[in-house]
Structure formats: structure tokens, C-alpha cells
Design a protein around this ligand. Structure first.
Ligand code: OAD
Length: 348
């Protein structure tokens, strides 16, 4: 995993706690400047006043990444937003990510006795021994988790007519379940919604594959008798055709929003996608750690990083855009209206 540098080395990297509107009002020196003179926190000394008038202090204060992006969005400069998402957007729904030490999926596969944790998603390994994946798949099948605030934030981008496309690496189906339409969604690492033979690719009914896997049976191809698997993309397999929409979308994007991913998978082409937007396009990373090109010092001019808990960051983002009420309402209406059981069946 890429090591993040200290925040002092990355001037545009901020932590969520530093730019919450309430914190900003109570803590920033600017907030004092806006108060009536008598109510300022403390009187400045002569030397402090002199320093305040020095040329370097006359520079505009650095904007936080969120503030900069919110400003651009409010100016109407971001109408083709591409979202790149990873497992970190679903941890708030109770689904572990892959690489967080201790809690990530790859840290908890000892019982399968694999040569490497990633082997569980390796097509050659699967071809030889599908049982570890099938055993894990029982807990990965969609159905027991609900979309969270972050998924609905992405749906709100669509609702506002700003979402060009969301590219997700997740196989949990939560983007679909929260109501992001098919044509706005690229499930780059596939999903459990369909199944096929891992050898000859003959389609196989997804519900029958699920039934077999849940009952510790191995679904086999009616054409060549090889093992069938859900169409989640394994290392060594091609990405779905829809993924190649990226060649149109990324050059068209006017904002790239990257959330909850380590951008670490070299065997898959996904991680390098973020480098295919035009260089003048702002890229905002919302994540627990700085990753991929966002660890570069000095940062690219239009790169912004906000580190912290993703749901908190996205809630702050929504508040700054005045979308929070709309999102809460959308979530409430959706969960009241939705018969999740029915939707889950459709999505699997
Ligand atoms: P990773 O587990 O590699 O990365 C998740 C990222 O999200 C990490 O940087 C975490 O720090 C961050 N994160 C997790 N929870 C968070 C939270 N609550 N708040 C903020 N940040 C949080 O997952 P991906 O990047 O999605 O491929 O992994 C990419 C691919 O690697 C997966 O699709 C999978 C895996 O091998 C296949 O299975 C084919």
C-alpha cells in the first residue's frame, strides 16, 4: 500500500475535521475577522499586526479540497462528473474492504490456506480449486446489506443531472440497489447478477448458480461441464465490455471524484483510469489514506485530497452543497417505498 506523506508536505490535503462549517466558524482566524471588533478572541500584538501585513500573509488562504470543488460545482463548472469508487464506499454498509489491515477481507482468509490472499479471486486458482471462492461467495452474495449515505450521494449527483458515469470496483450491487440507473453505472469488476462457465463462457442461470453455491454444490456448464461461476471479474479475466466506455467518458469528464479505493491493483487496469482525465480537470480524492497519484509531491495542480472517514466526508460535502436534506429525504423515501427483498431478487 502506498504510504501517505505527512500532511504538512501536501498543502491541499486536509482532514475533514478542519473544514466542517461549524469548526471553521469557531476556529479559523478568518471567523474572528468577521466578528464585531470587540468580540474578537484576543487583541493582536503589534508584531503580529506587522506580520499580518507582510506580503506572504496577503496571499489568499488555501482552500480545502472540498471547498474548492464545491465552489466549482456551484459555479456550474462540473456537469460531467465521473465517480471512481472502491470498497471504502461500502464499509459503512457493513461490508469489509479488501486491504485495510486487520479488518479487510484479505487479512481474514487464513482458513482457506491460499498461497496469496488474492488467489481467492484468481481464475487459474479457481479453475484448479473453486471451493475457497464458493465458500467465501456465500457471504459475498448481495442481499443482506443496504446502500448507505455515500451511495445515495452518488445517486443525487445523477438526480441533479451532473453524473456522467460511476465506475465501481465493487461487486456488492449497492449502487444498483440505491437506484443509480444501469446506463450511469459501470460495474467494472462484474457482479453476481449473472453467471457463466469460467471456461467457455456459456451463460448459466444466475439463480441456479446461487442455489448450488449456497448448498455447497458446484454448478457445472451444460455445454462443456466445466465449473460455472458468478460473473465477478477475477484476476486473469477480461473486464466487462461496458468498462470500455471509459475511453469516451474520461476525456469528457470535468470533475473526477475518487472515493474509497486504494488504487492499488496493478493486475487490473482500473487503478490507472484516474490518470486518463485531461490534466486541467480537478480530481478529488475522498479516502482514509492518500493513494495512487495523490501521494505525489508536489501534487498535480488540480488535485485535491480530503482524508478521513468517508461517510463523514461525504456528509460534509453534501452539507456544503446544500444537498443534505434532499439526500436524507431520498434515502427515507427509497427505503419506505422499496420492498428490498423484491429488489434484491431482481439484482441477483
Ligand atoms: P481496498 O481495500 O484495496 O481499498 C479500500 C480503500 O478505502 C483503502 O484506501 C481504505 O483506507 C479506504 N477505506 C475503507 N473504509 C473507509 C472508510 N470508512 N472511510 C474512508 N476510507 C475508507 O479496496 P479497492 O480499492 O476497492 O478486485 O480494491 C480494488 C480491487 O482489489 C477490488 O475490486 C478487488 C480487490 O482485489 C477483485 O476482486 C477482482
Amino acid at each position: 500500500m502506498n504510504k501517505s506523506k505527512s500532511s504538512s508536505e501536501k498543502p491541499r490535503t486536509t482532514r475533514s475535521s478542519q473544514h466542517r462549517p461549524s469548526d471553521a466558524q469557531s476556529q479559523s482566524p478568518d471567523a474572528d475577522a468577521q466578528k464585531p471588533y470587540g468580540k474578537q478572541r484576543k487583541k493582536q500584538s503589534h508584531s503580529a499586526l506587522v506580520q499580518d501585513l507582510s506580503p506572504s500573509s496577503l496571499k489568499p488562504p488555501l482552500e480545502s479540497g472540498l471547498a474548492a470543488v464545491v465552489r466549482l460545482m456551484k459555479l456550474g463548472r462540473c456537469k460531467n462528473i465521473v465517480v471512481v469508487a472502491g470498497a471504502g464506499i461500502s464499509t459503512a454498509s457493513g461490508i469489509p474492504d479488501f486491504r485495510t489491515p486487520g479488518t479487510g477481507l484479505y487479512a481474514n482468509l487464513e482458513k482457506y490456506n491460499l498461497p496469496f490472499p488474492e488467489s481467492i479471486f484468481n481464475i487459474d486458482y479457481f479453475s484448479n480449486d473453486p471451493l475457497p471462492f464458493f465458500s467465501l461467495a456465500k457471504s459475498l452474495y448481495p442481499g443482506s446489506h443496504r446502500p448507505n449515505y455515500i451511495h445515495y450521494f452518488i445517486r443525487m449527483l445523477h438526480h441533479k443531472g451532473l453524473l456522467l458515469r460511476v465506475y465501481t470496483q465493487n461487486i456488492d450491487g449497492l449502487e444498483k440497489l440505491c437506484g443509480i440507473p444501469e446506463d450511469k453505472l459501470v460495474e467494472a469488476h462484474g457482479s453476481f447478477a449473472t453467471a457463466s462457465c469460467h471456461l467457455c463462457y456459456t451463460p448459466y442461470p444466475a439463480d441456479e448458480a446461487k442455489d448450488a453455491i449456497m448448498n455447497d454444490k458446484i454448478p457445472t456448464c451444460s455445454f462443456c461441464a466445466a465449473t460455472v461461476k458468478p460473473d465477478v471479474v477475477f484476476f486473469g479475466e477480461d473486464l466487462p465490455q461496458k468498462y470500455f466506455l471509459n475511453t469516451q467518458d474520461f476525456p469528457k469528464a470535468d470533475l473526477l471524484l475518487i472515493m474509497g479505493t486504494s488504487l492499488q491493483v496493478n493486475q487490473l487496469p482500473f487503478a490507472s483510469l484516474v490518470n486518463t482525465v485531461r490534466s486541467a480537470v480537478p480530481r478529488l480524492l475522498l479516502n482514509r489514506d492518500a493513494v495512487g497519484p495523490f501521494t505525489k509531491v508536489p501534487p498535480r495542480k488540480k488535485d485535491f485530497v480530503e482524508l478521513g472517514n468517508l461517510e463523514d466526508l461525504v456528509r460534509t460535502f453534501a452539507q456544503m452543497l446544500d444537498w443534505n436534506k434532499d439526500i436524507e429525504e431520498m434515502m427515507m423515501l427509497h427505503s419506505c417505498r422499496k420492498n428490498y427483498k423484491k429488489t434484491d431478487q431482481i439484482n441477483q
